[in-house]
Design a protein around this ligand. Structure first.
Ligand code: ZN
Length: 155
């Protein structure tokens, strides 16, 4: 029940089924088809470990379990998209790389233009020298906040 985003379900590790409770509670008529879909994956992987995810073996088992012969669900996922934030890579005076959120990126750009390379600092007080010109999207989870510390987060 911990799955988020636009997938309704996911079978992982050959034994575990993860379900998107928020999405399925909004579309309760899809509960059984989703559970059967993922269950069919687990059974298929047990019987045919090397087969394609939605190949004929899966289709056959999914149909035998009473599932819907369809690989992609048609539920409206607009309300369930996981928001991802953009992070910007900066070089610090100590030679590390830190990822700044877009808010801090805007602030850093403004400060660096005004004061030069000593104006903006990391949370630990280390000067941030310049933007490396790259950015990436990340999930807004605790790990990305932890990653603000310069030591552990060159990535
Ligand atoms: Zn599937």
């Amino acid at each position: 029940m911990d799955l988020r985003g636009q997938s309704a379900g996911q079978a992982s590790g050959g034994v575990l089924i993860r379900l998107n409770r928020g999405l399925l509670d909004d579309n309760p008529q899809h509960w059984s088809a989703t559970v059967i879909h993922e269950l069919a994956h687990i059974i298929t992987w047990r019987l045919h470990p090397r087969c394609q995810a939605h190949g004929w073996q899966w289709r056959q088992i999914n149909r035998a379990l009473g599932g819907v012969d369809q690989v992609c669900h048609q539920m409206d996922t607009r309300a369930h998209r996981v928001r991802t934030l953009e992070y910007f890579a900066y070089r610090t005076a100590g030679g590390d790389c830190v990822w700044l959120s877009s808010i801090r990126h805007r602030r850093a750009q403004k400060t660096l233009r005004r004061l030069g390379s000593t104006g903006y600092q990391t949370a630990r007080g280390e000067p941030i020298l310049y933007w490396l010109g790259t950015s990436r999207r990340g999930a807004p989870d605790p790990r990305s906040r932890q990653a603000q510390s310069p030591d552990e987060q060159y990535a």
